[in-house]
Design a protein around this ligand. Sequence first.
Ligand code: AMP
Ligand code: MG
Length: 315
Amino acid sequence: MKTIRTQSLSPAAAHLKQASSILQDGGLVAFPTETVYGLGADASNDHAVAKIYHAKGRPQFNPLIVHVADVQTARRFVQWSDLADQLAKAFWPGPLTLVLPRKKEARLSDLLSAGLPTIAIRVPNHPVAKALLEKFGGAVAAPSANPSGLISPTSAVHVQSGLEGRIDAIVDGGLCTVGLESTIIRLDDTAVLLRPGGVAAEDIENEIGKPVHIQTTVDKITTPGQMDSHYAPRAQVRLDAKNWRPDEARLGFGAVDCDLNLSLSADLIEAAANLFSHLHHLDAEGKAMIAVSPIPQTGLGLAINDRLQRAAAPR
Ligand code: AMP
Ligand code: MG
């Protein structure tokens, strides 16, 4: 992996301004939240979001949580509801993530939500996170700031030892206090607990005056490609297509003739950035089959192939 210079920034106003410009320019900035240090990128920028997966070395594209400064900003991106309002008033800022339908007009990366029509969003309760998000003004995608598979970072030193040379900056805001992940709740007519965390399900039930359902194993474990939490195209998917057959939608990689190209220059970060939006586009054309060029099984290619294999699995 190419090494970049990682700047150490303090929470001073001038440094937060710098951190915010780095985000605006599509860079990666680690910053403290009350749960753990997050690895932030502009959530509207596919390429910046792809770099998160690249820096963490994640072998899969899990949808990421979006961080915003306040309810008003959240409402620009998701379809708000009375239930959401009630929970936000009670638990934001804080370790509660709400999964809500994405607004049609919201400028958000498709990679961010792994192609799903919903967005996971929260307002963190940490002065440094809050100040940075206010300065930035928009939505920041931020999973934990550690290499995939290693322990979540609760100090700037942890982030540095894991991601130095792979990210643009680290804002040092001291130690994280909660150390627990956020509770994730999906809201439609009911509230469904997707992940337990810093806010107890009982406290949520008391607040809304009705039961919080637990996501059942039937919801979670279904055949690959059918998982309700994972985007699968309507069309069948044919992988490793070295030549095209008639009547297929052609998704290329590298210097090939095709309908849409993930990356003409065979750049895996660019390919990751384009993956979900290109699949959506080709799927919308209505052909029965989407054929995809071979993608090398290195770096982000692992996560791209993982997702394509799920999309191609028998349903
Ligand atoms: P992390 O950022 O590592 O704390 O993990 C984010 C968690 O949020 C993962 O478990 C995701 O599966 C979950 N998540 C993010 N977006 C969504 C969504 N739209 N629907 C359901 N779960 C989501
Ligand atoms: Mg993590």
